[in-house]
Unconditional design. Sequence first.
Length: 92
Amino acid sequence: MLDKDKMWIGIAIGIIVPTVVYGIFYLGMEMAGKYVDSTMSEKMQLVLIAINAILMRQFLIKREQDNIGRGILLVTFIGVMWHFIHYYTDYL
């Protein structure tokens, strides 16, 4: 499936991987008996954006699958914009 260079595959990867990583993080915090507050969630979202950037680099440069990389870039850009609007519009 990853041999095909389709943008929708990149969009799916860009959504699924951070969702799964965040789910594992959240379940781990629940099992440890800790509460995930807004500050911790904000920091984790930045880590998820970094994970998408690493995935994007892997597909764009290493594997030369530009459309998959562009799909991941699109999801990452939307995620960055949402993060900025959600957490930093109070400062403007």
